[in-house]
Design a protein around this ligand. Structure first.
Ligand SMILES: Cc1cc2nc3c(=O)[nH]c(=O)nc-3n(C[C@H](O)[C@H](O)[C@H](O)COP(=O)(O)O)c2cc1C
Length: 214
């Protein structure tokens, strides 16, 4: 069904607009009673349970960062049977991302070119949503939080910027991912050097409440 739907509908839409349509459906699926209907149909088989990073995942299939940048789709994605959702990338300072268009389909290659540039509503907004979700316990999937450097912050001040996000988000996450790989934030990949990365990761680790930090 999906290839047909992609050929006839999705491939004709602007890629970012298609993403928003998809996210709308995901959000609807997360609403009771749709979630109650979907969950038994998509619940992962027990044999799919997977241990990694000291955590137990209901399924090895999860949603990578970049799909749910603003923590709005976790209940729906859980209802669809994913074992984890990595939300973000979230930055300490809310930002618009790159000017549109910034997402391009390469249909013959079955690929996308992504130049989103960490568009997101910021760490404080993400923390508020995560805290609300944790209180309501409306999901079973593990939640990873992926944090990145705010564009307005100088590379020299990157560590403090990451720590700002980690302080807000790590206590609410099952694991934290420190993103130093996006080509869309100037200077970010320069932060990959192990000598500077190790102390940065160490500073992001929360001593008691927080998750493992990789
Ligand atoms: C539109 C788009 C946006 C993405 N945004 C992020 C992001 O914000 N943070 C991140 O760490 N990875 C981001 N990614 C990378 C994905 O998390 C993933 O690593 C990548 O898509 C490769 O996995 P795949 O082969 O399953 O697509 C993005 C990917 C795409 C296509």
């Amino acid at each position: 069904m999906y290839p047909f739907f992609f050929r006839t509908v999705l491939s004709r839409l602007d890629a970012e607009f298609a993403h928003h349509c998809g996210m709308l459906v995901v959000r609807l699926v997360g609403i009771r009673p749709f979630a109650w209907i979907a969950r038994p149909l998509t619940r992962p088989a027990n044999r799919l349970q997977t241990r990694a990073l000291g955590l137990v995942f209901d399924s090895p299939f999860g949603v990578a960062a970049g799909f749910d940048k603003n923590v709005v789709g976790v209940p729906g994605l859980t209802a669809l049977g994913f074992g984890h959702v990595e939300v973000g990338t979230v930055t300490a300072v809310p930002q618009e991302g790159n000017p549109k268009p910034r997402l391009f389909r390469l249909i013959p290659d079955r690929a996308l070119v992504n130049r989103m540039g960490f568009n997101n509503r910021g760490a404080a907004a993400a923390a508020a949503r995560l805290a609300r979700m944790r209180r309501r316990r409306r999901h079973r999937a593990l939640i990873g939080v992926n944090i990145g450097k705010s564009r307005v912050v100088d590379v020299a001040d990157a560590t403090a910027d990451y720590v700002r996000s980690a302080t807000l988000l790590a206590p609410l996450a099952d694991y934290l991912a420190v993103n130093v790989s996006s080509p869309n934030t100037p200077g970010l990949r320069g932060l990959q050097a192990v000598q500077t990365l190790r102390p940065r990761c160490r500073r992001c680790r929360m001593p008691r409440a927080g998750p493992r930090c990789w």
